[in-house]
Design a protein around this ligand. Structure first.
Ligand code: HEC
Length: 120
């Protein structure tokens, strides 16, 4: 019985740590896109010609996403996105902008340890 309790305790710890890792962004298993408002539109419109990976690996602000969409519309046969365009841009700018990397900013210089050369 003690072993069973211990096992359940350890399993729940593992479950807890897994849910903590995924707490911020839930990713779609097939595309790797973050599941959030606009995800379905992006999946429907942005994976027909190339993989979702090409979208995910890029970081652009809203204007540059719009330029990329216009470029694909002019040269690659992307169709007009109509009413969906705003929601698609909202989604892309929220999850795939240069600031949405999930990585914290660098520490400010005054919080960094002193360089060894400065100590000597
Ligand atoms: C009609 C086909 C088509 C659709 C639909 C499409 N794209 Fe593209 N896209 C392309 C082609 C072709 C390229 C160039 C691929 C290459 O360089 O190998 C491209 C390239 C890209 C690139 C890379 C641009 C660069 O500068 O390297 C991004 C990012 C991108 N697409 C995002 C999107 C997004 C977001 C959507 C949905 C709104 C979308 N694509 C829908 C055809 C399409």
């Amino acid at each position: 019985m003690a072993i069973l309790k211990k096992t359940i305790f350890i399993l729940s710890l593992i479950a807890l740590s897994c849910s903590y890792v995924n707490a911020k962004d839930i990713l779609d298993k097939n595309t790797g896109f973050v599941i959030d408002t606009g995800f379905e539109l992006v999946r429907a419109n942005c994976t027909a010609c190339h993989s979702s990976g090409l979208v995910i690996q890029n970081r652009m602000n809203r204007e540059t996403w719009l330029e990329t969409i216009r470029w694909m519309q002019k040269t690659q046969g992307l169709w007009p996105l109509g009413d969906s365009e705003k929601a698609i841009l909202d989604y892309l700018a929220k999850h795939y902008s240069p600031t949405a990397t999930g990585r914290r900013k660098n520490l400010p210089a005054h919080l960094m340890p002193a360089l060894l050369t400065q100590l000597n």
